[in-house]
Every structure is written in structure tokens, then in C-alpha cells.
Design a binder for this molecule. Structure first.
Ligand SMILES: O=C(O)c1ccccc1NCC(=O)[C@H](O)[C@H](O)COP(=O)(O)O
Length: 257
């Protein structure tokens, strides 16, 4: 399965990174980081639909994604239309980089989600040093002890955690964790098929006190209207914005639907 390959490659990258910047040094840098603090949770929790606009250059399901505009231009579009930004920092399968997130941080006051495969404490300290406000915890690649430890670490660093689930069993685990932001991924990570029914099925399991995010496969007006009916707090949108000539107008249009 693709997740196994991604995690295996991530472990190799981590070993290389730690050889360059040791764990103690990364912790020191995280403690020394002075940022403005942008609340991912508050940005999604506020009344009305919130949109997280993603920046990605490639993905396993899409391959290389043609870039309609440079990153600077995209940041301007997102600054004028969305509520938070998601930046892929995974190198091997999404062609992401922590450098992109740093660039976004320098040019945006929106909260930023570090979209990566978080499997090691080191990445949380690094997320802090690059100016991220939130990290992704994917239930499918973490056991309960890891989820609990990483969630606690993220919060202790002042980072929010978007806990991503795909099915009922993973949702139960996210609820046991008492995660305050839960995302349902509509993409089946085995065959990459999309089903918005995932959000429909799982929405009821999370109470109204949770910030509920619908992730992936949101491309058409119908998708947006369907998901709005399910009372989600926020959408995470990658492909549609990457393919749009004018992501700002698209985000505004979808909010107004
Ligand atoms: O997008 C993939 O192919 C993928 C494969 C394996 C693990 C994760 C994957 N995507 C990460 C994401 O969560 C999406 O980038 C994000 O939800 C936005 O999705 P979309 O709007 O469909 O681009």
C-alpha cells in the first residue's frame, strides 16, 4: 500500500535530516522560535464554512501537478480568500519541502498546516521552527500510543493537530484521543477512489463540539453543496485550487454557494 512506501521513505529522510541537524539542536531551535501565533483551530471554528487551501506539486494519485502560478502568486490568492493554508512538506511522493512552508509563513498571516506523514517527534519540533501552526496526524499510520504522545507533544508546542481518519474504527480512536479537530479523508488510500459518502457516514460520530474537516476530492459545485448539507466546519482543498486559473474567485464562489 502507498502509505507503507511513503512511511518507509520518510524514515530514510528523517535519518538523513537528523545527521545534519541533531535532535537536541532541533528542540533548541523550536524553543527559540518566536512566531506570531496563528490559531488553526479558531480559523476553522468560526461561524460559517472555512476553507483550507492547499499547496502541492505532486501526489501519488495525480502524479506531477502542473503549476498554474508561482508560489508567491498562490499565497496572494489564498491570503485574499481562504481561512488557512495547507502545505505539503513530504519530498518523495508529493515533491514538497519545508522551504515552501517557510516561504508561505513569510508572506501570510493565515494559520498554516504542515501536511506531512508525522511519525517521529523530531518532525514536530521542526514544524515549530518553520512556522507551522498545525500538523497532521494520520490515524492509519499511527497506533494509539503514538497518536496520544504526538497529540500531546503538538499541543505542548502550541501546535494544533488535525487528526485524519478514513473509517469508523479510526474515528473511534480519534474520539478516544479527544482530538478537537477531526478530518475525514474522502480518498481511499488503497485505490485512490473518492467517495464523499465517507464524510456523510462519519459526520454523525463526531459531536458538534468537534471542528470537523472534509478532506480530498472536493472539485465541483455539487461536491461543495453536498458537503455543506453534512454540516462540516471546513473543507481541505488541493487539486481543485491547484488546477484553477483563479483560486481566489473559486474559493469565494464556493463560500457563497
Ligand atoms: O492525494 C493523494 O494522492 C494522496 C495519496 C496518499 C496519501 C495522501 C494523499 N493525499 C493527501 C491529501 O490529504 C490531499 O492532498 C488533500 O486532502 C487534498 O486533496 P485534493 O483536494 O483531492 O487534492
Amino acid at each position: 500500500m502507498i502509505l507503507d512506501d511513503i512511511v518507509a521513505d520518510k524514515k530514510i529522510r528523517l535519518a538523513e535530516q537528523k545527521a545534519k541537524t541533531g535532535e537536541d539542536e532541533m528542540k533548541r531551535l523550536a524553543a527559540a522560535y518566536r512566531g506570531n501565533g496563528h490559531s488553526f483551530y479558531e480559523a476553522l471554528k468560526k461561524p460559517g464554512l472555512s476553507i483550507i487551501g492547499e499547496f502541492k506539486k505532486a501526489s501519488p494519485s495525480l502524479g506531477d501537478i502542473p503549476q498554474k502560478m508561482d508560489l508567491m502568486e498562490r499565497i496572494k490568492e489564498y491570503n485574499a480568500s481562504v481561512d488557512a493554508i495547507s502545505c505539503l512538506t513530504e519530498e518523495d511522493h508529493f515533491h514538497g519541502n519545508v522551504g515552501y512552508l517557510k516561504e508561505i509563513r513569510g508572506k501570510s498571516e493565515l494559520p498554516i498546516l504542515r501536511k506531512d506523514f508525522m511519525i517521529d517527534e523530531y518532525q514536530f519540533y521542526e514544524a515549530k521552527t518553520i512556522g507551522a501552526d498545525a500538523v497532521l496526524l494520520i490515524a492509519a499510520i499511527l497506533d494509539d500510543a503514538q497518536m496520544k504522545g504526538f497529540y500531546k507533544l503538538a499541543r505542548s508546542l502550541g501546535l494544533d493537530a488535525l487528526v485524519e481518519v478514513h473509517d469508523e474504527e479510526e474515528m473511534e480512536r480519534a474520539l478516544k484521543l479527544d482530538a478537537r479537530i477531526i478530518g475525514v479523508n474522502n480518498r481511499n488510500l488503497r485505490d485512490f477512489t473518492i467517495s464523499l459518502d465517507n464524510t456523510k457516514r462519519l459526520r454523525g460520530m463526531a459531536g458538534a463540539d468537534k471542528v470537523f474537516v472534509a478532506e480530498s476530492g472536493i472539485v465541483t459545485d455539487d461536491d461543495v453543496l453536498t458537503l455543506k448539507e453534512y454540516q462540516v466546519d471546513a473543507f481541505l482543498i488541493g487539486r481543485a485550487f491547484m488546477e484553477a486559473d483563479n483560486p481566489k474567485e473559486l474559493a469565494k464562489h464556493w463560500k457563497a454557494l
